[in-house]
Design a protein around this ligand. Structure first.
Ligand SMILES: CSC[C@H]1O[C@H](OP(=O)(O)O)[C@H](O)[C@@H]1O
Length: 359
């Protein structure tokens, strides 16, 4: 029987006064729900990866700005929008790479600007309703990504994934794992190979946790073992998520994704990126335009060790993401279908499909 984690990664608390998340820094040992009530708690949760993954960050930001609007004390529209802009900038500073953070904040600000101005509390109530729609849309979108991605897979395949782009990276289904969930619901048997994904171990702590909970065959491997797994013929496809996709298809994703893509090309294994349209950034012409988050070196040298594992004084390099060039990407699976090279033509077609019939 196919099971999934039976809770949402991020949602609004019943009283509408806090964002309820799974604290992902406690997984896999403990499933702990955490309520984010203040802007400081929200930004801290995003920065420390209590909530993480581009779509989940976007939904959190949408609720965060709506809750922030409830703190505004303004006498007119200009006053309201001015204070809202300041609160938006505060949340935008949480992390720089996942475009969903900025997409969601822009969506909420644009929505507020389009409202007939009433008192701030009513504006905030309307924004909360819009944020609920952002959450509901994420569920629909990820479902569609699952369907579109499943069409690329065959029953019995070995699938390698990097980091976590599953339910814990979105609201319910995730992106790169959505085709795996869709297949499991139809009785497919996939053999999942999860890169542990140093330094923050999202693959070991989150993806392996999700896959076990869903009863899906799962093998955890160190990041330096992916080549051997491919060489042995264990892997028939690679599925990864994304944090920002440039107009030419270059894709920023968790550090190490580039290496997996190079290996996949070497072994002739299809490499698919799975992402909602909210992760595409037409303002980025290529991967060179994507800001890569640099995180504390202690995540490498101390986080998982009883004592620092590096000699004092050694430099620590900890980019949170890398960019996979479009040439290494077999296809980009979205809720509007699969884009293939040349991406400068196929990505606009996805946006045109959204214009015709939004999910
Ligand atoms: C479906 S987006 C998941 C994406 O986000 C992860 O980064 P982080 O854990 O730092 O938020 C990683 O790049 C995943 O592929």
């Amino acid at each position: 029987m196919h099971r999934r984690l039976d809770y949402r990664t991020v949602t609004l608390r019943e009283d509408g006064r806090a964002i309820r998340i799974i604290d992902q820094t406690r997984l896999p040992q403990q499933v702990v729900f955490c309520d984010l009530e203040t802007q400081e708690q929200i930004r801290h949760a995003i920065y420390t990866l209590q909530v993480r993954g581009a779509p989940a960050i976007g939904v959190t930001a949408a609720y965060g700005l709506a809750l922030a609007a409830g703190e505004i004390d303004a006498r007119d529209r200009d006053g309201f929008m001015g204070q809202l802009a300041d609160k938006k900038a505060y949340l935008a500073a949480a992390r720089p790479t996942a475009v969903n953070l900025f997409w969601a904040l822009d969506e909420m600000e644009t929505f507020a600007a389009g409202l007939r101005y009433r008192d701030p509390k009513q504006m905030a109530a309307d924004m909360l309703q819009r944020a609920r729609e952002v959450e509901a849309q994420d569920v629909r979108v990820c479902r569609r990504i699952g369907e579109n991605g499943l069409a690329l897979l065959q029953d019995g395949w070995g699938i390698l994934t990097h980091c976590n782009a599953g339910q814990l990276a979105a609201v319910l289904y995730g992106t790169a794992l959505a085709p795996v969930y869709a297949g499991a619901e139809r009785g497919y048997t996939f053999h999942m190979y999860c890169d542990e994904t140093r330094p923050l171990l999202q693959g070991a702590r989150l993806t392996a946790f999700e896959m076990r909970a869903a009863g899906i065959d799962t093998t955890l491997l160190c990041d330096n073992m992916a080549a051997t797994a491919m060489a042995r013929g264990d892997i028939q496809a690679v599925l990864v998520g994304a944090d920002r996709i440039a107009a030419n298809g270059d894709t920023a994703n968790k550090i190490g994704t580039l290496g997996v893509a190079i290996l996949a090309q070497h072994y002739g294994i299809p490499f698919y990126v799975c992402a909602p349209l909210s992760t595409f950034d037409p303002c980025c012409e290529s991967g060179a335009d994507i800001t890569i988050e640099q995180r504390p070196g202690t995540e490498i040298s101390e986080m998982w060790y009883k004592q620092p594992m590096a000699p004092a004084g050694v430099k620590l390099y900890n980019p949170a993401f890398d960019v996979t060039p479009a040439a290494l990407i077999t296809g980009i699976v979205s809720e509007y279908g699969v884009a293939r090279a040349p991406y400068t033509h196929s990505i606009p077609a996805l946006f045109a499909a959204r214009k015709r019939q939004p999910v």
